[in-house]
Design a protein. Structure first.
Length: 725
């Protein structure tokens, strides 16, 4: 009996031993952010007294009922002296102490993004020499392991390391060059906190709170909220499931008692689980960033966008979500500097998709405070999405920080478009940050184009005068618009005295875009463009309106009698397909001739007159002014029933289907030549989440109208132009 009591006492003593745990962001060799309050946090026994001692300060607190604790050290001056931080816990007369050695105070920056941020020193230009010279005791490196997570992780498996040739070899080259430039200029310790993963989109790095309140991201927000145990959506769904489960258990017990069949148990609602890989919204924040919040940082640098580059202005909203979420969680509006992604061939996709994305990146700087962009179009490899020279982007990010956050009198950006002035047959393009405006090769500025009111751009000659460039073209006697570097492979030569390049831009009057079908389809003559859009791989227009690159529906007031659609597709092997279809007007409301989303009120299930179909796709039956056309435009679901009794239509999805009242839903935008038993073109499944169906002519397999084909990724470019005359 005595031995049992002794064993129980020993067990009780062990259970009452002081517990003390800190996240791995606190380790020996760390750098603490100077001149800011310094949160230190972790776990201990509930009610334990925790003390943090560092640099002459001692802060104490008590762990709460969950064992969580936090103290904030007062701001400290920079120091390269290696000091010890001691963290102790006292619980029931038992003590536990953790000591962190070689702790410095200086500047700490978060470094995040995809592969160009992750890209290691060993893979970068001049790797051997640069690594051999990377002996910097005042620079410390922390690299988060690549872990996606359904729930926020409190710590990661990593620790701070002193920058040496051995430790830097696998570290981010961009972050390293950013840090070395800061240390050279500031002469203080620098901590680089790296969380990056190649190929990832921006959404997984965004915390749940970031998506809130942004209309274009409502669908993502709702899906994420349903996976959070604290959210009302999760609680309701879980309570409903538990109620169903309890009812089932009662029935199952009764059935078992009476030797009756037991009904199937209710299925667990899988949308309560944040499933998916590292591309799933919030999963990289959960697994690779949450554990570091709120470790004091000066700011963040970001190199990402390649995986989102076809989204245009939507990327501005996604950046706002990312940054709003981060800043809320850290508790202050820290600076955020990013690299404008480099020119690159990007296969056979349209040449202006990347410039439109560059335009969105420039818009970030204009609309989100305390942001800046480093342009690297002069150091790129058009056949390599990973330019090997990582010193350039790292250094240019450092210039932004030095100028904006550390008060250094330096030029941090290249020439930035400011305004446009008409001067007869010329346009005067004015720039800021343009002292010493010149070119990198001594030639006249290149990659300028001008357009007249017809919207057709032509190459322009350009001449520098002070802080401006005068541009003109003999083909455009009255220019009204200009664009610069408007091509995915543009590597322009315009720089300032600091030899920093100019970012792509376009400016001037809204143009009447030239008819894209006129060169291949004479019947397209006389039509004018109302809408143009690059169809996304996953449109989901129930949560966000179509992002038209051209929208003249508010400004075009001329009478029209015909409507036309021109769909251009580029297959991944480079094959280009098109179809032009025109018909008599079926509505006089321009808002209803675009993609028939619910908000437009467009819902047309009818025959159309004077159908013309012209296509280069084999098997498509071309026709002119046929009375054998019909359209199926609606924002919801549909069935294969032949609602309008279209001759020859079957009971499968084809050129004669029926809509239903589930709106918003799948979505259909189909033009048919029913006399030929053919689909002229179809764009389906844009109404909710998932891959779009798209095609010209009858689908080669499955449903002839492309329903359920989920094939948008078979094409590198998908452009629809809507016209009238």
């Amino acid at each position: 009996m005595k031995s049992i009591k002794l064993l129980l006492l020993l067990c009780l003593a062990q259970c009452l031993k002081a517990e003390l745990v800190l996240p791995s962001i606190f380790s020996s060799h760390m750098v603490l952010q100077r001149e800011q309050a310094l949160p230190i946090w972790g776990k201990a026994n509930p009610g334990a007294t925790v003390a943090v001692a560092f640099a002459g300060q001692t802060k104490k607190t008590k762990a709460d009922t969950d064992g969580q604790w936090r103290v904030d050290l007062e701001p400290l001056s920079a120091s390269s002296a290696p000091r010890v931080m001691a963290v102790s816990s006292t619980f029931n007369a038992d003590h536990s102490t953790i000591k962190f050695l070689d702790v410095l105070v200086g500047e700490v920056w978060l470094c995040s993004g995809q592969s160009n941020m992750e890209w290691s020193m060993t893979k970068s230009e001049n790797a051997a020499a640069a690594i051999a010279a990377a002996d910097h005791p005042g620079i410390r490196l922390f690299q988060s392991p690549k872990v996606p997570s359904e729930r926020p992780l409190d710590t990661v498996n990593a620790q701070w390391k002193t920058c040496t040739p051995a430790s830097v070899a696998s570290f981010s080259a961009v972050a390293y060059y950013f840090g070395t430039r800061l240390q050279q200029e500031l002469d203080v310790p620098v901590g680089l906190l790296l969380s990056a993963w190649g190929g990832t989109r921006i959404e997984p790095w965004t915390p749940p709170n970031g998506f809130e309140g942004i209309d274009s991201l409502r669908d993502i927000h709702q899906k994420v909220q349903k996976t959070l145990p604290s959210s009302p959506k999760y609680k309701k769904a879980m309570n409903d499931y538990l109620s169903d489960l309890e009812q089932w258990l009662s029935k199952a017990h009764s059935a078992a008692d009476t030797e009756s069949y037991v009904p199937a148990a209710p299925t667990f609602p899988t949308d309560l689980i944040l499933s998916g890989n590292q591309q799933t919204p919030t999963k990289l924040y959960n697994g690779m960033l949450h554990a570091h919040v709120p470790y004091a940082i000066r700011g963040a640098i970001w190199y990402q966008g390649e995986s989102n580059h076809s989204e245009g202005m939507l990327y501005v909203d996604k950046t706002r979500a990312l940054l709003t979420g981060w800043r809320k969680l850290w508790g202050y509006d820290f600076p955020y500097y990013f690299v404008q992604i480099a020119p690159y061939q990007y296969g056979n996709e349209a040449s202006d998709i990347l410039p439109i994305f560059w335009e969105a990146q420039s818009e970030i700087v204009k609309t989100i405070p305390q942001t800046g962009m480093a342009v690297i179009s002069d150091y790129t490899t058009l056949n390599n999405i990973h330019p090997p020279n990582k010193k350039i982007p790292g250094t240019r990010l450092a210039l932004l920080a030095l100028a904006n956050d550390y008060g250094k009198d330096i030029v941090a950006t290249g020439p930035v478009f400011e305004s446009l002035q008409k001067q007869g047959p010329k346009l005067k393009v004015n720039f800021t940050s343009a002292h010493g405006l010149t070119t990198s090769d001594g030639n006249d500025p290149d990659w300028f184009e001008v357009a007249g009111k017809d919207g057709a751009f032509h190459n322009a000659s350009a001449v520098i005068h002070k802080n401006a460039v005068f541009v003109q073209s003999s083909k455009v006697p009255e220019p009204v618009a200009v664009r610069f570097a408007w091509h995915k492979t543009a590597t322009p030569n315009l720089i300032n005295a600091a030899r920093l390049p100019t970012a792509a831009f376009r400016a001037g009057e809204q143009l009447t875009v030239s008819n894209p079908a006129i060169e291949s389809v004479p019947e397209a003559s006389g039509f004018r463009t109302i809408y143009q859009i690059d169809i996304p791989n996953d449109a989901n227009y129930s949560s966000q309106a179509p992002k038209y690159s051209i929208d003249h529906s508010n400004t075009d007031t001329a009478v029209f009698s015909q409507i036309a659609y021109h769909l251009e597709l580029t297959k991944t092997d480079g094959t280009k397909q098109y179809v032009f279809t025109s018909m008599d007007r079926f509505t006089d409301n321009l808002k209803q001739i675009g993609i028939p989303v619910n908000a437009s009120g467009a819902r047309f299930i009818q025959k159309v007159n004077q159908l013309t179909v012209k296509s280069n796709v084999p098997g498509v039956t071309n026709c002119i002014n046929s009375n054998g056309g019909n359209i199926e435009f609606w924002p919801g679901n549909y069935s294969p029933a032949n609602q309008n009794k279209i001759p020859g239509a079957s009971d499968k999805f084809d050129f004669g289907d029926a809509s239903n009242d589930k709106i918003p839903g799948y979505g259909s935008m189909q033009v048919h030549h029913w006399k030929a038993k053919q689909t002229a073109f179809a764009i389906n499944h844009w109404g909710n989440d998932g891959v779009v169906d798209i095609g010209i002519g009858n689908a080669p397999k499955g449903n002839s109208d492309w329903t359920f084909s989920n094939n948008a990724s078979d094409y590198s470019a998908r452009r629809l132009t809507v016209m009238v005359k």
